[in-house]
Every structure is written in structure tokens, then in C-alpha cells.
Design a protein around this ligand. Structure first.
Ligand code: DGT
Ligand code: CA
Ligand code: CA
Ligand code: ZN
Length: 562
């Protein structure tokens, strides 16, 4: 509809409608079947959208969509992921050239056929080519939460039949990588062979890619997520788990060590070179131990020095989910969250937390109904009152304050001073040059009330690259000023990344891990943040919200004092 230049109000109503349906606990199909219920009971769904939903339930599409698909190729939506074009540019391209694939778009840019169109130029062609390259890199990768729930569902399905002793996701999912290419699932037990048969009959399988005695591969779901299932004998399960967990670079380094010690390491086991005798393989611990190593947590298996650490007994003590005492970034219905403060607090209490910070948006995010100074002051007072009454969990009054284009804070300092915890975040003008962005962040860090730098690089996994800035310099300044770096645990962000976490830790940075929840169920994303922190070699002592309430309050006050 955007490409077709349709009315922006109508576009917005469709978009809001989609969000409403997605967040509604019941399926539209069931509502339609139930004479007692109406689709218009879903908040945000009027008569018009209800009719469209009925059409979709009826025959899988609707008239408006069918019309658009006559005019534009189905790949048109993919073009929207290419930076620099936008719906208007794409419409223009369709008007002049009959293209439908990314390859064709690339050829147009390469042959300098875009610059002849109005408002396009050589610079844009360059940008489009770069963005297509990035698009190709992302294509075929999935976010960690997608891979995790796909794995969980499949394991549940396969485990329903007996005869399975162990079933484990290996590969990048086990290492907790922020995106996953394919799922490598390992199975052992007398029923492992049958599990392969059962796998290719999995209702969500779209296409079987291969099916042998020990391995079956298929794509699962509409998104064609590839899954490789391997059936293994018990005596080599540990070796296979080690091998298929990877990473490839970790395996190469480990194999080199094995050879130096007179062993041969493969997915079948660890064997003595001289007589081919198996010396380990049933468990992963056994493999590492025989190679003179402590067991290495999968999150560290990226050939970052972990084999040396394990040999010398100095693997970092990695943070664990159960050590997190609170969540310091979340939104409520005051701005763009979907639950009240009380509901968020209740869910956090259910997770066993001692404290949370409520950090709604500031006024620059007008679309989200961000808080102005007056509302902030009232909110701080309200939170003091709530804590006096007691909710069974301590609430810190917070704010996710926009860092404006010039690095100023969105709200006046005396309002910020009323709050317990101010996060500063960039939500706009993310396309600045690195130098300007660095200056912007440096200025933001000067604000004495700033406690946390929120989602520091602004990346959206598979959608938006980190904005460029001088990371070392910002970390240096943040350390100097006692500003903590957020590890945003939302699976769409995972910002900071493991590599930046490691680099920041080496410079003395301190961190928070927070979910940026907009709904009570988002609080569950904490474990993605913890995995990312572990990949960044962080210990509980590096992370502020592992502190018990009293110490954490003390840490908050220290900045306020000095
Ligand atoms: P992905 O699927 O792209 O997110 O990443 P991985 O790490 O899951 O990679 P994948 O599925 O190609 O292979 C799973 C593991 O199998 C990988 O982490 C290490 C192991 N592996 C695969 N190919 C090789 C190889 O050529 N050499 C060695 N040493 N290991 C390999
Ligand atoms: Ca994989
Ligand atoms: Ca694989
Ligand atoms: Zn934010």
C-alpha cells in the first residue's frame, strides 16, 4: 500500500490492526466460529478491518492484497529492505522497469540505470548496491528467539514418541549466536532412527531435503528454516555434540591441539593416533578433559582464546540468568507499552526479581506519547508513593530519555534529577557521520543524571546496522563518568553485541542487562541478554543488576553524589 501511494491513515490503520491481532490472545478464526464473540471486540479493529480479516480467514487473502499483487511482484516487499529506496523510489522503479527480483535490481544499479530516474543519482546507486550485499548476508538467517522456539516445538514433537535418551540443539543456537542459519539437532537412544522418520512427517515440514539412515534435513515453516536432525550412537554423542556445536574455528583449533597431543578428534570420538583406540566420545566433558581442558561453555567457543583459558584454568566465571536481580528498562501504557506499571511489576515479581526500573519514553517520541517534564515529576512522586505502600518488589522511577540530534537530553535536567535511573537512547537521526554521532554521544554523556546508555549502537538484527561512531572513545568517557552500558536483551536488538561487550569490558566498562519490555511476556527475553553477556565473557560482577537491592541502590546513589 505504501508503494502504491495509498492514503497514509489507511496504511496506519492496517498496521495497527496487524499489531492488535498479533497481540490478541485468541485466533481470529476461533472468534469467527464462536457465535458469542465478535472480531470487533479486539481493541483497534473496526468494522472495515473485521471484514478484511473474515476474507483472509475465508480464502487466505483479501481483495485489496490481490489487487496489489496484480500490480506489483510479491518480492516488492523485499525491496523495502534496501536502504535508500523507500516506497516512492520502488514505485518509480516499477514504473520504469519491469523487474521483480533482487538480482534485477542489482543489475539496474550496476548498469547505472537508476540515476536517470527523478531524484536518484550515482550516490544512491552506490548505496543500493551496498545494501543489496548486506541483504544477501542476512537472507537465510533467523533471529535467536525464532530458532529457539522452532527448536523447542520440534523437540517436544519428537520427544512425544519414546526411545529418545537425549535430544539437543547444537550449532549456533547452542552457542547463543544472535542469528541462526540452520538448526542442528542431535538425537540418541534406541528410538533415534525412528525420530528421523517422525521428523520428516512433522506437520510444519515444507520440503524434505534429504533423508538417510543417520541424518534427515528439511525446511520447516513458511520461512523455510532448515533443520538437520542427526541420529547418533550413545558412545559418540559427546563427540558429535562437541563437533556440531562448533564453531568451525573453535573446532579447527581444538583438532590442532588434539593432533599435537597424539589424538585424532572427529564427530565420532577422540582416538589415540598410535592404535586408533577410542579414549573419549560419550560425553563432551570427556572430550575436553582428555585434551587437558576444562569444559568450555558453548557461548565461548568462537576461537577467542577460550582453549588457552581452559588449558590454564582461567575461564571466566560467566553470569547466569538466576543471578539477575532486576530488570532496568521497560515501558508501560503511559507510553508505548501494553501493560500497566502494576502488571509489569507483578510479572517481574513472578520472575523472582527484587527490583525493576520503569523507563517510559520521553516527549521527543511523540508517536509513543512520550513523557514531558511535568509528567516525569508526577511519575517520580507516584513511584515514591507506590514504594511506600509496597508492591512486593522495589520500583525505581526511570526514563528512557531521547538523546536529541545535537546530543542534548530531551528533558530539562531538573526533571531528570527527580528520577532514580535515566537511560539515554538514540531513536532518531541515526544516519549521521561517525564524527558527528560521536560528538552527539559525548555531549549526552556530560549530562550528570545519565546512568545508562541504552541500546548503544541502535542496531536492529537483520534490519538495521549499528550506527557508526568511535566506540572506544565513548566507552572511555562512559567509564570515566560512571555511565553503564546497556545490553539490550530484546532478541531484535541484542545491543551491545558480544564483540563490543568484550572490547568495552577490557576498557573497564560496567553493564546492565535489560529487556526493554513493552509487555509482561517480554520480560522473558532476559535470557537472550544473559547469553549475549556470556558470549562477551561477562561475570556477574560486571553487571550492575546482579547486585542485591541494597547494593544496587548504593551504586545508583554514588553517581548522584559525585
Ligand atoms: P549457522 O548455522 O550458520 O548459524 O552456524 P553453525 O555454527 O550452526 O554452522 P553449521 O550449521 O554450518 O555447522 C554446525 C557446526 O558443525 C559448526 O558450528 C561446526 C561444525 N562444522 C560444520 N562444518 C565444519 C567444517 O568444515 N569443519 C569443522 N571443523 N567443523 C564444521
Ligand atoms: Ca547451524
Ligand atoms: Ca547445519
Ligand atoms: Zn529505546
Amino acid at each position: 500500500m505504501e508503494i502504491a501511494g495509498e492514503d497514509s491513515f489507511r496504511i496506519r490503520s492496517y498496521r495497527n490492526g496487524a499489531t492488535a491481532v498479533e497481540g490478541y490472545p485468541e485466533r481470529v478464526e476461533e472468534i469467527l466460529r464462536d457465535a458469542e464473540k465478535k472480531v470487533t471486540d479486539i481493541p483497534g479493529i473496526g468494522k472495515g478491518l473485521a471484514a478484511v480479516l473474515a476474507e483472509i480467514v475465508d480464502h487466505g487473502s483479501c481483495e485489496r492484497r490481490d489487487h496489489l499483487l496484480e500490480k506489483y511482484p510479491p518480492t516488492a516487499l523485499e525491496f523495502l529492505k534496501i536502504q535508500g529506496l523507500g516506497p516512492k523510489g520502488i514505485a518509480l522503479i516499477f514504473e520504469h522497469y519491469r523487474i521483480s527480483t533482487m538480482d534485477e535490481l542489482e543489475r539496474l544499479a550496476r548498469e547505472q540505470k537508476l540515476r536517470v530516474l527523478p531524484r536518484m543519482g550515482a550516490k544512491l546507486e552506490e548505496k543500493v548496491l551496498k545494501s543489496i550485499a548486506q541483504y544477501r548476508q542476512r537472507a537465510g538467517r533467523f533471529m535467536l528467539n525464532y530458532a529457539e522456539s522452532a527448536a523447542r516445538e520440534l523437540i517436544e514433537y519428537l520427544s512425544a514418541e519414546g526411545g529418545i535418551e537425549k535430544i539437543t540443539p547444537a550449532g549456533s543456537l547452542r552457542r547463543g549466536r544472535e542469528t541462526v542459519g540452520d538448526l542442528d539437532l542431535l538425537v540418541t537412544g534406541p528410538g533415534a532412527g525412528m525420530a528421523l522418520e517422525r521428523f520428516i512427517k512433522y506437520p510444519k515440514v515444507e520440503q524434505v531435503l534429504g533423508h538417510g539412515e543417520n541424518k534427515a534435513s528439511a525446511t520447516v515453516g513458511r520461512e523455510a528454516f532448515q533443520v538437520d536432525v542427526r541420529a547418533l550412537p550413545r558412545e559418540s554423542y559427546g563427540a558429535a555434540l562437541q563437533y556440531f556445536t562448533g564453531s568451525k574455528d573453535h573446532n579447527v583449533a581444538l583438532r590442532t591441539r588434539a593432533v599435537r597431543m597424539g589424538f585424532k578428534l572427529s564427530e565420532y570420538g577422540l582416538f589415540r593416533m598410535e592404535d586408533d583406540a577410542r579414549v573419549a566420545g560419550e560425553t563432551e566433558e570427556g572430550v575436553y578433559e582428555t585434551l587437558g581442558l576444562r569444559w568450555i561453555p558453548p557461548e565461548l567457543r568462537e576461537n577467542i582464546g577460550e582453549i588457552e583459558w581452559a588449558a590454564e584454568g582461567r575461564l571466566p566465571e560467566l553470569v547466569e540468568l538466576r543471578q539477575i536481580r532486576g530488570d532496568l528498562h521497560m515501558h508501560t501504557t503511559e507510553t508505548d507499552g501494553r501493560a500497566s506499571l502494576e502488571e509489569m511489576a507483578e510479572a517481574a515479581r513472578g520472575r523472582g526479581y527484587q527490583y525493576i526500573a520503569i523507563t517510559d519514553h520521553s516527549k521527543a517520541l511523540a508517536m509513543a506519547n512520550g513523557l514531558d517534564e511535568k509528567r516525569v515529576v508526577a511519575f517520580a512522586r507516584q513511584v515514591r508513593e507506590i514504594n511506600r505502600r509496597g508492591l512486593g518488589i522495589h520500583i525505581f522511577s526511570g526514563l528512557e530519555c531521547d538523546i536529541l540530534r545535537d546530543g542534548a537530553m530531551d528533558l530539562a535536567h531538573d526533571a531528570l534529577a527527580e528520577l532514580d535511573l535515566v537511560i539515554g537512547s538514540v531513536h532518531s537521526h541515526m544516519n549521521l557521520e561517525a564524527a558527528e554521532m560521536t560528538d552527539r554521544l559525548l555531549r549526552a554523556l556530560e549530562c550528570p543524571h545519565l546512568r545508562v546508555l541504552g541500546h548503544p549502537t541502535g542496531r536492529l538484527l537483520l534490519h538495521r546496522d549499528p550506527f557508526p561512531f568511535d566506540f572506544e572513545r565513548i566507552v572511555h568517557e562512559a567509564v570515566k563518568r560512571g555511565v553503564w552500558l546497556e545490553i539490550n536483551a530484546s532478541p531484535e536488538r541484542l545491543d551491545l553485541s558480544a564483540n563490543l561487550i568484550r572490547s568495552a569490558k577490557a576498557r573497564g566498562a560496567r553493564f546492565t542487562i535489560s529487556t526493554d519490555a513493552h509487555h509482561p511476556k517480554h520480560l522473558e527475553s532476559m535470557h537472550y541478554g544473559v547469553i549475549t553477556a556470556r558470549r562477551g565473557s561477562l561475570s556477574p560482577a560486571d553487571i550492575q543488576n546482579t547486585l542485591p537491592l541494597e547494593q544496587f541502590t548504593g551504586a545508583l546513589r554514588r553517581k548522584a553524589a559525585g
